[in-house]
Design a protein around this ligand. Structure first.
Ligand code: GLU
Length: 512
């Protein structure tokens, strides 16, 4: 059973606020070494990215080290393409890791598969100390045990039957050709207690841990719970910050730390991310939308993903919602992470994304938009023209991939005017007058000056006694083929005299 008894948040939050105000770091925050340890059995998940961010921010906040370690011991499910995806995703979000094997360039990640011999060596040490033993059950026997327990309505657990095998039983199994796994003795009954940096005081009963733990499979490969402890010890990890789904693993791991005579790191478990129906975000239920690369391909801004993922369960002491990765490094406090599950809300992510599309330097936004202008011959336009075009539509963009639809009208000879548009925008008595009058101003429009162009349109309106839709829609329809879209002054300014003339003349033929 999991108990979380203290409301740790407030008390420690105050301490961290004092730190933010310039006080000295406590000993706990010296030599901070944290890690993200994804398994390359799938693409980078939103939840893993958020955990990576928490670790990254904690490291940066206390001038520590952020380490990437690939937990790739699952030979069947680990794939190199997932490794590539994880690395690319972390970099895209701006999280570069601080250590790794030196390959004469940016660091490579650490990989557990490089350490199999080391894990076996430590497993043997545990066996010789009596803390672990060779277990000879076959998968069939273990499956039968599970069935028996199920029939009795008992939770599945290993019944520790291999703990005290007689020498003759061992010889018998060996003769049968059984290949043993290594199991670590889980002391029962016992309560494993730790002070969690997010959840407060934690207490787990070892009786709930499923019996003696496999640490090396019969294939010779170390299991997650074993390899992770050895690696965290070897890498001098000071804080293990990860998802709440690892709480029971933490209890098992604490027992392993003890058996290995190692100092415990600090643990912090963040609540998971759920959907609106309280279901954990998973590929099975939510498809590709749980992966970072999905958002990258859709044209989301990495700044928005970072901001959204961090603020999803964390509010800085000053209450702000919008912050960059660099700012978050200054603001971050583990103790201010909420204990309640976060709810993934794509509308809210879109809100952040829109904010960054509007506020990042136009040059950056343009560079990110250009790959989505697939059908446009960009060589016909200068960088400045492209920036102006993107600049005119960015206000209305939620995601960058919408840029082609929003700007298409700039790149064609003239827009199509359908019957509906003809009726709503070009059939009024004033439409013809507005268009004809605008044609006369072509030489006077201050191209390049969006506001100036808009002022001329407004003065035409005044002169003709026409305003609002009556004034703007005929122009919008003829120039862009729709009554919505960017500011009219921007459209005129960007299109220039020649384009405006062609478009208005063509639209005039539709006017009644
Ligand atoms: N490979 C584990 C995972 O992806 C790492 C958990 C941990 O941080 O210890 O869930």
């Amino acid at each position: 059973m999991v108990l979380s008894t203290e409301d740790h948040n407030k008390a420690s939050g105050n301490k961290a606020t004092a730190l933010a105000a310039g006080h000295k770091h406590s000993s706990e925050q010296k030599n901070v070494r944290v890690r993200i340890a994804p398994s390359p059995t799938g693409a980078l998940h939103l939840g893993t990215a958020r955990t990576a961010l928490y670790n990254y921010l904690y490291a940066k906040r206390f001038q520590g080290k952020f380490i990437l370690r690939l937990e790739d011991t699952d030979e069947e499910r680990s794939e190199e393409r997932f490794t590539d995806d994880i690395l690319a995703g972390l970099k895209w979000l701006g999280m570069n890791w601080d250590e790794g094997p030196d390959i004469g360039g940016p660091y490579a990640p650490y990989r557990q598969t490089q350490k199999e011999d080391h894990y076996s060596h430590i497993a043997n040490q545990l066996i010789s100390k009596g803390a672990a033993y060779l277990a000879y059950e076959t998968p069939e026997e273990l499956a039968a045990l599970k069935e028996e327990q199920k029939a009795k309505d008992e939770p599945p657990r290993y019944d520790n039957r291999g703990r005290n095998l007689s020498q003759s039983a061992i010889e018998h199994y060996q003769k049968e050709g059984r290949v043993p796994s290594v199991r670590f003795v889980i002391e029962e009954p016992r309560t494993v207690i730790w002070d969690d940096h997010i959840r407060g005081q934690m207490a787990i009963e070892t009786i709930d841990l499923g019996g003696d733990l496999v640490i090396v499979k019969s294939s010779g490969i170390a299991t997650y719970n074993f390899a992770v402890v050895i690696d965290d010890i070897d890498m001098k990890i000071s804080h293990v910050i990860r998802g709440e789904d690892h709480i029971h693993n933490t209890a098992k791991q604490i027992l392993l730390y003890e058996a290995l005579g190692a100092t415990l790191p600090k643990f912090a478990h963040a609540a998971l991310i759920f959907d609106h129906d309280h279901r954990k975000l998973s590929k099975r239920l939510h498809g590709e939308a749980v992966h970072i690369n999905y958002y990258r391909e859709q044209g989301y801004m990495p700044e928005a993903i970072v901001n959204y993922l961090v603020q999803m369960s964390f509010t800085p002491a000053d209450g702000r919602e919008i912050f960059t990765l660099e700012e978050a490094c200054e603001l971050f406090e583990l103790e201010r992470i909420s204990k309640s599950p976060a709810v993934f809300d794509v509308q809210r992510l879109n809100w952040f994304n829109g904010h960054y599309i509007r506020s990042l330097p136009l040059k950056v936004v343009t560079e990110r938009c250009l790959p989505y202008l697939t059908s446009v011959d960009k060589s016909k336009y200068s960088d400045k023209q492209l920036e102006e075009i993107i600049g005119s539509v960015r206000e209305g963009l939620t995601i960058v991939s919408g840029v082609l639809a929003a700007t298409k009208f700039y790149f064609i000879d003239k827009p199509e005017i359908n019957e509906e548009l003809e009726k709503t925008a070009l059939s009024s008595a004033n439409a013809k007058a507005v268009l004809e009058r605008t044609l006369k101003e072509l030489d006077n429009l201050p191209y390049g000056d969006h506001k100036g162009c808009k002022q001329i349109v407004d003065s035409i309106g005044k002169e003709l006694g026409v305003k609002g839709k009556e004034l703007y829609w005929p122009l919008r329809a003829s120039l862009s083929g729709t009554t919505q879209g960017p500011d009219l002054g921007s459209i005129l300014s960007i299109l220039g005299a020649k384009q405006i003339k062609t478009r208005i003349e063509s639209a005039l033929s539709c006017c009644s």
